[in-house]
Design a protein around this ligand. Structure first.
Ligand code: GAL
Length: 354
């Protein structure tokens, strides 16, 4: 009987005890954070935010950056699995290549969160980012506010970054009607390897040579590559004359905006995305339910009909920023420092110090 009672009541409790990882001071939740690179301004910033938030919640965060090397990133993730992480947050260099690492972690029961950039696997626990198609629409609109006719050059992001595909989708939604009408002619359309500013400079130099500087607007996909392109445009006396879009509201990007070179950027408040990632990671580790996720198919997230399955997602809003609202949106919100933006603007032409 006792045996039977034990079987009836204790066994399931024991099983639960075994299933429920006993997190506490002696066994803090271990979060792995795998980062594509540190070349882009935002990634070290978000690593620092996530490290602090994890510590505040008694969790341990181990992070590594892969220097734009997809194979190294997968090796680093495998290493994190061996180190016994309970959950992994991934900023993928290559959304396709990272899928095998997510599936390997899944086989070990380790949930993975794709952060900002999609990993093309339906084994993800969640994909969290900003509305990346709206980023593209906002960029195209920001340029069209200045020029809506003529020769346009398109600078896409890194071809292995699924976000670059979604930015371009949004850009073309806005530009295509004007292209069809013949108002706009796309004279160059290039994608910038690794989102590297130096690559963007070279690409823009070649475009300006090929087009004899007859470029009326540039739809670039982030601040880093836009500022790279502006180097080439500056050398031809076109900086400030030819509108160009960016993204990320970086310090350098916003400074270039108040100096009338970069036309606009897209503000994505990463101070909202990073806490969401840590909260979700801790819940997934504790096998607690996560609210507010909505399923999207891999096909609609990648525009690739050959991909099946879906992923639970959450997307945050984005804000277009130009010279008129950079102070309100980016400086007064504390996203960037006043001095970083206005240091080369004469004192009497600056807005009030924060
Ligand atoms: C994208 C990201 C952008 C931009 C870019 C370069 O995936 O969404 O914010 O920074 O990468 O790293």
């Amino acid at each position: 009987m006792k045996g039977k009672l034990f079987g009836l009541f204790m066994a399931p409790l024991m099983a639960a005890a075994i299933a429920m990882p006993a997190f506490g001071a002696d066994k803090p939740i271990k979060i792995g954070l795998s980062i594509s690179d540190f070349e882009t301004e935002r990634w070290p910033v978000e690593e620092a935010i996530m490290k602090k938030l994890a510590a505040d919640q008694g969790a341990e965060l181990i992070s590594q950056q892969a220097n734009h090397d997809p194979k190294l990133q997968n090796d680093q993730i495998q290493n994190m699995i061996l180190q016994g992480v309970d959950v992994i947050i991934i900023i993928a260099e290559d959304g396709a290549a990272a899928a095998s690492a997510v599936e390997e972690a899944g086989r070990d029961g380790i949930p993975c969160i794709a952060y900002d950039r999609l990993v093309k696997s339906d084994k993800l626990a969640a994909y969290i980012s900003f509305d990346n198609v709206e980023v593209g629409r906002t960029q195209a609109r920001g340029v069209l506010d200045k020029v809506n006719k003529g020769n346009f050059a398109l600078l896409g992001g890194s071809p292995t970054d699924n976000n670059a595909i979604l930015f371009r989708k949004g850009q073309m939604e806005v530009l295509q009607p004007l292209i069809d009408k013949g108002d706009i002619k796309v004279v160059a359309d290039q994608w910038v390897e690794n989102w590297a500013p130096a690559n963007a400079t070279k690409i823009m130099e070649n475009i300006l040579t090929a087009e004899a500087n007859k470029i009326d607007a540039v739809v670039a996909s982030n601040d880093g590559t836009a500022l790279g392109a502006l180097q080439a445009m500056k050398a031809q006396g076109l900086a400030g004359k030819v509108p160009i879009s960016g993204q990320d509201a970086t310090a350098a990007g916003c400074k270039s905006i108040v100096e009338n070179e970069l036309t606009m950027t897209v503000y994505k408040d990463v101070r909202l995305l990073s806490p969401m990632a840590i909260d979700m990671a801790i819940k997934f580790a504790k096998k607690e339910p996560v609210e507010g996720l909505k399923d999207f198919t891999l096909e609609e997230l990648t525009l690739d009909k050959s991909l099946s399955g879906s992923v639970p997602c959450k997307f945050l809003k984005v804000v277009g920023v130009n010279k008129d609202n950079v102070y309100e949106e980016v400086v007064k919100s504390g996203f960037q420092k006043y001095d970083d933006i206005y240091k080369d603007i004469p004192e009497d032409q600056r807005p009030p110090r924060i």
